[in-house]
Design a protein around this ligand. Structure first.
Ligand code: F6P
Length: 363
């Protein structure tokens, strides 16, 4: 008798709105239309190393379209090729990929569907090279994945950040203050750029354009002279001054990408206040950008990408991530995705547009 096909879904890296929309769409299309059985791996790559998973039935994914986070759990540290094990008060790293691959083979999968950013998809690519049939889906609020114009989660994060900036605007105006809104984006400034433009930020600072504090101070003073007694600065957590450095908040030793940023907004605020004498406050939006319900755009994107992913599985086209190019859904070899972050090009149309409206980028 022909065995029923079975796929497993795994979510890795930081969570974001839209992951559950993908889990739902992949599961529903697989079960409904293709008669494929679905398994959910728990807590990202931890689940593969430790054999933790559960069956996903149609009913398990009903009603999760609008739900933030991931019903499967995730991990930003688990990597079968460099698995962190606590030994007393120090960490040891072991290559447990053979165990992970053995566990996956026991599940007799047609495909492992990996939902993640470049870390998760980089590991997916290694598993693919080691003989596991894999398909990837592009998830991250940072929008910094190669091979796709957009990742799901980004639009939701921009929308939350914009709402934050809008709320900050009125308090900045009322108190005649400089208000700094720090948003996530450790390597790429997509969220800061888009929310900064959408929220009418006067100054937008992104990792791609190191800033000069004196140019920022001049801009703020100039606005004051012209009667605009407040200014809004939107800064990505990965922004840094010319010749200076990023602000590290913590080191997560068990993570392959161990640096966590946060706090550059406070450093900048103190400096602006010192140079201009104008009262300044900083708000860090941080993980707020990763929570809550996905925007309609992200729900639609997640659904479209998921159906395309199931198509790839049917066609046995493994080793690819589905992505967006222009108005089309495309397949991108995972090896191209794993080549490092997609940062904002300095000649990006949105930077040009903002500059011509008078927005300062600190350069
Ligand atoms: O990759 C998404 C991201 O949200 C980054 O923008 C941010 O630097 C990082 O995750 C924060 O990670 P953690 O959840 O470990 O604090």
């Amino acid at each position: 008798m022909k065995r029923r096909k079975r796929i497993a879904i795994l979510t890795g890296g930081g969570d974001c709105p839209g992951i559950n929309a993908v889990i739902r769409a992949v599961t529903k299309v697989a079960i409904n239309e293709k008669g494929i059985e679905v398994i959910g791996i728990l807590d990202g790559y931890h689940g593969i190393v430790n054999n933790r998973y559960r069956k996903l039935d149609y009913e398990d994914v009903a009603g999760i379209l609008t739900l933030g986070g991931t019903i499967l759990g995730t991990s930003k540290t688990a990597n079968p090729y460099r698995y962190a094990i606590q030994k007393g008060n120090h960490l040891e790293f072991k290559d447990l990929s053979k165990i992970a691959i053995k566990n996956l083979k026991k599940l007799d999968l047609t495909c492992l569907v990996c939902i993640g950013g470049d870390g998760t998809l980089g590991i997916a690519h290694r598993l693919f090279k080691d003989g596991i049939p894999v398909v990837g889906l592009p998830k991250t609020i940072d929008n910094d994945l190669r091979g796709t114009d957009i990742t799901f989660g980004f639009d939701s994060a921009v929308s939350i950040a914009t709402e934050g900036i809008d709320r900050i605007h009125t308090t900045a105006q009322s108190h005649h203050r400089i208000m700094i809104v720090e948003v996530m984006g450790h390597r790429a400034g997509w969220v800061a750029l888009y929310s900064g433009v959408a929220g009418g930020g006067d100054i937008i600072l992104i990792p791609e354009i190191p800033y000069d504090i004196h140019i920022i101070a001049e801009k703020v003073k100039d606005r004051n002279k012209k009667g605009k007694r407040f200014s809004i600065v939107v800064i990505a957590e990965g922004a840094k001054p010319k010749g200076g450095d990023i602000v590290i908040q913590r080191i997560v030793k068990e993570s392959s990408d161990s640096i966590r940023l946060g706090g550059i907004g406070f450093v900048l605020g103190e400096q602006i206040e010192k140079i201009t004498g104008l009262e300044t406050r900083t708000v860090v939006m941080g993980h707020l950008l990763r929570g809550g319900s996905p925007t309609p755009f992200d729900r639609i994107l997640a659904t479209g990408l998921s159906t395309k992913a199931v198509d790839l599985i049917e066609k046995k086209k493994f080793g690819y991530m589905v992505g967006v190019k222009g108005n089309s859904l495309v397949n991108v070899p995972l090896k191209d995705v794993a080549k490092g972050p997609r940062i904002v090009p300095l000649n990006h149309a949105m930077i040009k547009a903002a500059r011509s409206l008078g927005t300062c980028f600190g350069d």
